[in-house]
Write a protein that binds this ligand. Structure first.
Ligand code: SF4
Ligand code: SF4
Length: 453
């Protein structure tokens, strides 16, 4: 609808996102940034649709409501930075709520404004050693994943004393779920099962050959995940090749505003992925945030890089891929085991890919299986949930999801994001007759189980 002002409200048109102009002088100009924060925060104050999405918006609205003027001009500028700190770049406000995103003339891109502010903080050296360490996922994994070291790190992390020490020295909350480290990597495990398919059949947008970007978390923390993916894909006549060498996709550094390191990782990963694309491979990765990085964030940071755009065109969420194959009659449905009741959580970084609920659709193909979908934030969000100062807020955000899973008492609960799965687990109580809450299972693990592979 067009009002008297000629400004149209509502998101009837598909949002068009502007490239991130992160190299311009204006991007890091503090006065320009403050002016833009003021402009956008004032519009948000008048709108307030996003009050329930995360803790950024309540931080802003509570400060306005507690101010003398009851307007943004009564709010201390320090609060602006609290709003920035509470944003974990899930993208939900842009993709699902905001009617003022481009092409609307108000041109609101709240997550990318937060990213700009984080980048300014980063440039000023305002991020702690802890934040830099936690976002160095591959570095952490390759040290803590060394045989013996892995066992020691896991053992120390499993004790109360070890966790208290981690909390007092690094600010990693003692109650937060932290990952285990494995010395037998996901790449090694996946390679053992890969390359068995010879007769490759293209279907729809898929070539039938995938290069697997294992991801840092898949390599060292949940190595069964790339292994399960490989087993399921090969079982369905999709040839899998594990990417030879990879660095982090860059999402944890993006969340810290460290765009220079994101570029460094991009310069390492993209030439290899582009070469695989040229050889006819599609790309998949088992974690939605990593897929989103190649599908959305890198293309917006490097709009003129043809190789980045070529990789964007060929990267898929794994269940999106399987459903393309199913549509062409190429997905096997000879499941041998039922799954029963599954509580399935859809992570934010998957929801914002706008591909529909493909994981649910694949799980539903398994006989005697019901899938209860939970489309709410788990509160994990990168490293947000493990930082002492944000732990309480993250549990508050995730509580409705935890309660849904607890109340459903399902045979399995699952999230495409393994970290979200552990965050949910951290808020569950053991069921009657059990001593600890059950563990989450990745949807690809469940599908492998259902095939009996
Ligand atoms: S991107 Fe996510 S965390 Fe950040 S403000 Fe929007 S909804 Fe909140
Ligand atoms: S981001 Fe958009 S929808 Fe959300 S509060 Fe601000 S103006 Fe409203």
């Amino acid at each position: 609808m067009t009002g008297e002002t000629g400004i149209r409200e509502g998101s009837l048109q598909a949002p068009s996102r502007h490239p991130l102009d992160w190299r311009s002088a204006e991007f890091t100009d503090e006065a320009a940034l403050e002016k833009e924060l003021e402009r956008v925060f004032d519009i948000c104050h008048g709108c307030r649709r996003c009050f329930s999405l995360c803790n950024s918006f309540p931080t802003l609205f509570d400060a306005i409501d507690a101010s003398e003027t009851l307007e943004l001009d009564g709010v201390d500028k320090k609060v602006y930075w609290d709003v920035v700190d509470h944003c974990y770049l899930c993208d939900m406000c842009f993709m699902t709520k905001c009617p003022y995103v481009p092409p609307h003339p108000w041109n609101i891109d709240f997550p990318h404004l937060m990213l700009r502010a984080k980048h300014v903080q980063h440039k000023k050296g305002e991020h702690s050693f802890r934040d830099k360490l936690l976002s160095n996922t591959r570095g952490l994994g390759s040290i803590a994943g060394i045989p013996v070291v892995a066992e020691v790190v896991n053992a120390v992390n499993a004790t109360r004393v070890g966790r208290k020490l981690l909390e007092s020295t690094l600010g990693v909350d003692a109650t937060a779920p932290i990952p285990k480290f494995h010395s037998t990597t996901g790449s090694k495990r996946a390679r053992k099962l890969a390359g068995k398919t010879q007769d490759v059949k293209p279907a729809g947008p898929t070539s039938g050959k995938v290069a697997l970007f294992v991801t840092c978390y898949g390599d060292r923390n949940e190595p069964h995940m790339p292994e399960d993916l490989t087993a399921v894909f090969e079982h369905n006549g999709v040839a899998v090749k594990v990417v030879e060498k990879e660095k982090c996709c860059g999402m944890p550094k993006l969340e810290l505003g460290d765009l220079e390191t994101v570029e460094k990782y991009k310069n390492f990963n993209i030439p290899q992925l582009k070469k695989l694309v040229d050889e006819g491979y599609d790309i998949v990765a088992p974690i939605p945030s990593c897929v989103l990085m190649f599908k959305q964030e890198l293309p917006l940071m490097f709009p003129d890089d043809a190789d980045v755009q070529a990789v964007k065109a060929k990267i898929f969420d794994p269940f999106e891929y399987l459903m393309h194959r199913h549509k062409a009659g190429l997905l096997r449905t000879d499941f041998t085991q039922k799954l029963g009741k599954v509580s399935y959580h859809v992570p934010c970084h998957l929801r914002v890919q706008n591909i529909g609920l493909k994981t649910r659709d694949v799980l539903r193909l398994v006989p005697d299986t019901t899938v209860e979908v939970i489309e709410r934030c788990s509160g994990h969000n990168g490293t947000y949930a493990v930082k002492k100062e944000f732990r309480a807020a993250s549990v508050k955000i995730g509580r409705p999801v935890m309660n849904r899973v607890q109340g459903a008492n399902p045979e399995h609960y699952s999230s495409d994001c393994p970290m979200a799965g552990h965050q949910i687990q951290s808020g569950l109580a053991p069921h009657e007759g059990e001593t600890s809450p059950r563990s989450p299972e990745h949807p690809m693990t469940l599908i492998r189980k259902a095939y009996g592979l």
